[in-house]
Design a protein around this ligand. Structure first.
Ligand SMILES: [Fe+2]
Ligand SMILES: [Fe+2]
Length: 272
């Protein structure tokens, strides 16, 4: 299997992020990366000509050992989970990005890079950078969970954009450059209709003064894996510095209402 070294490094958050990894962690990351690419290749070959129905997806539930909403940190896509590197004391957002958001950082960096290149405000770029990383602990209602995780540290507007991108993604807005993605026909079923709470959230958000910010997260989201994307956390370090109130005690230790969520991300192997 050919590995594009630059793509692999980018998938880990860039050379700075890689330099922080132990040799063992690098080897593990490479193995995981190769497994994921192999699975993608296999899935692409086996891709059905038609999208599944909701009933077909429902029938898969009892074929799995974990539920679809389980966070990436708690389950391996293939094989077993890997040992995680120890975070520094007083861990910062960038430490979580490089050492814990391993399955979501590439996607979020691609989204934030797209937002940066298309001239979005720094708040929107930050929202794009953070919009899916909570999926490391939970995928169900990830907009709401994600906004909650970041709310003490970012502006109300950026948290709004993160919370509501989840509902808006089910509703096309061609005037603003957003079409309903095929990815969701595959994930949710071709006959999926959003639940009433999503519909009423959408109706509320579309009339809100910050609709544009939440909509731009969906516009800059990526709906297909781009193996050739070159991404790095580096262009976003200053934006994080300006818009993310890093607690001096470290994330998880500042007694905020969400400190336990950061500790859960730090040590997902703790049994109780
Ligand atoms: Fe999302
Ligand atoms: Fe996303």
């Amino acid at each position: 299997m050919d590995i594009d070294r630059r793509v692999f490094i980018a998938s880990l958050g860039g050379t700075t992020a890689v330099s922080l990894l132990s040799d063992e962690a690098k080897a593990d990351a490479l193995e995981e990366y190769m497994s994921a690419r192999l699975n993608e290749a296999a899935n692409a070959q086996a891709a059905p000509a038609q999208f599944p129905s909701m009933a077909e997806l429902e029938a898969q539930i009892e074929t799995r050992s974990t539920r679809r909403g389980v966070g990436n940190l708690f389950t391996a896509r293939t094989g077993n989970v890997k040992r995680l590197d120890k975070l520094p004391s007083n861990p910062r957002l960038v430490d979580f990005f490089t050492m814990r958001f391993n399955n979501t950082s590439n996607h979020c960096l691609q989204s934030a890079t797209k937002a940066l290149r298309s001239g979005m405000t720094e708040e929107v770029v930050l929202a794009c950078l953070l919009h899916d990383v909570v999926q490391e602990i939970i995928k169900v209602d990830h907009g709401w969970w994600g906004a909650q995780l970041f709310e003490p540290y970012i502006s109300e507007k950026a948290a709004f954009a993160i919370r509501y991108h989840q509902a808006l993604r089910f509703y096309a807005d061609p005037a603003n450059g957003y079409e309903y993605p095929d990815l969701y026909r595959r994930i949710f079923g071709h006959d999926y209709r959003p639940e009433p709470y999503i519909e009423s959230t959408y109706q509320m958000v579309r009339k809100h003064k910050w609709y544009g910010e939440a909509r731009m997260v969906t516009v800059n989201d990526l709906y297909a894996f781009d193996a050739n994307a070159q991404v790095s956390l580096e262009p976003f370090v200053d934006i994080i510095g300006r818009h993310f109130k890093q607690p001096k005690e470290g994330l998880g230790y500042d007694n905020s209402p969400v400190a336990h969520m950061w500790r859960t991300i730090e040590r997902p192997d703790a049994p109780l």
